[in-house]
Design a protein around this ligand. Structure first.
Ligand code: MRU
Length: 354
């Protein structure tokens, strides 16, 4: 399945990230030539969405090595470790970020272990050739993380569609979704939005209700934009309208993505997701999460242990640089945690957890 819109353009010496802050008005790219640039782009939400920030961070690790190499400086494990730390700190909740940088560091680690000078080889491998081989290994790993995500999206979306049409058969569905989980947030067709795309391909979508998703408006600026571009029926709804839409029986199922899934199945996702799950339960509407295995964090026992990112007050006090509220204190948790008891099923590329 074709995805029209990609969040990233890659080259040997840079990546260009589609500035998602300017969508849908402007298609503008921010160029990153090292890991620090990528960390800043992630922090500033130029790129967002758990898989997309993981992919960007993987290229960021490679670019740091590339830049050092170009300056004839040695690429060491220590430099890459520091780069990983900086990237991981850019957005703490989405585990895909640390998952990707860990893979990149392991690739470097394996390389250094392989290429370490032996008593016979001396320091011969530590020069330009070694740098080049390391760069190639890192680039290939970043590319693999990127390309694999497209396959994962397709597999998890297929799992979701199969489940929905089997367990909740209907000619056409009205789906409510939150935030943006499409090709702007992943390396492929998306997670929750991927399932929606496949449903549409099968002629099974009546309407997608896209929550506008305050404060950053991923729903109105990004999801509505993606769906309209692909001619999938979409209706924009303010976040606070979800309960009423459910009460009016306008919603058949809720589909969302995830930023971190604890070992017990609790899910951290965009602020507002937990509320939707409570409403869905109260109205007996199935509530589905679609996410790759890279979003599962088995080191975290349950949702209470998930670190939820708090973001700047400006995101709430202003819209597109325009002040919309007096200067009062603001609470701005970027994510919330949905208990597994509110979730009907979680679909990954490997399985379906009920
Ligand atoms: O703050 P964001 O835009 O990065 O939040 C994104 C979400 O919460 C998505 O639902 C999640 O990352 C899954 S994206 C496939």
């Amino acid at each position: 399945m074709k995805t029209n819109l990609s969040f990233i353009k890659t080259a040997r010496d840079k990546i260009q990230l589609l500035n998602q802050k300017l969508l849908p008005h402007k298609l503008d790219y921010v160029t990153c030539t090292n890991g620090n640039d990528v960390a800043k782009a992630i922090k500033d939400m130029i790129v967002r969405g758990a898989p997309a920030i993981g992919i960007s961070a993987a290229y960021g690790m490679y670019l740091t090595a590339w830049e050092l190499s170009k300056k004839n400086k040695k690429v060491t494990l220590d430099v890459l470790k520091k780069q990983k730390q900086l990237l991981d700190a850019a957005r703490p909740t989405a585990v895909n970020l640390a998952w990707a940088t860990t893979q990149m560091l392991s690739t470097a680690n394996a390389f250094f272990a392989r290429e370490a000078p032996t008593p016979t080889s001396g320091r011969a491998n530590q020069g330009k050739d070694a740098n080049l081989k390391l760069l190639l290994a890192l680039y290939e790993k970043a590319l693999e993380i990127h390309n694999d995500d497209a396959e994962r999206c397709l597999a998890m979306s297929n799992n979701a569609v199969k489940y929905l049409v089997t367990k909740y058969p209907k000619e056409k569905y009205n789906i409510l979704t939150h935030c943006n989980t499409g090709s702007l947030a992943t390396g492929g067709i998306g997670t929750a939005l991927g399932a929606i795309r496949l449903l549409h391909e099968k002629g099974k979508i009546n309407m997608v209700y896209a929550d506008e998703t305050r404060p950053y408006l991923q729903g109105s600026r990004l999801t509505a934009f993606e769906l309209q571009k692909e001619k999938i029926p979409v209706t924009l709804t303010v976040d606070s309208q979800a309960a009423y839409l459910m009460q009016k029986k306008l919603i058949d199922a809720v589909f969302v993505g995830a930023d971190r899934i604890a070992a017990n199945g609790d899910v951290a996702n965009k602020i507002g997701t937990y509320g939707l799950s409570v409403l869905a339960k109260a109205h007996r509407i199935p509530f589905f999460v679609v996410a790759p295995k890279s979003t599962f964090d088995n080191s975290i026992e349950n949702g209470d242990k998930i670190v939820v990112e708090e973001r700047s007050a400006t995101e709430v006090l202003e819209i597109a640089g325009r002040v919309i509220a007096p200067k009062v204190p603001v609470v701005n948790y970027s994510f919330d945690v949905t208990p597994q008891s509110n979730i009907t099923a979680i679909f990954s590329e490997e399985d379906t957890l009920e």
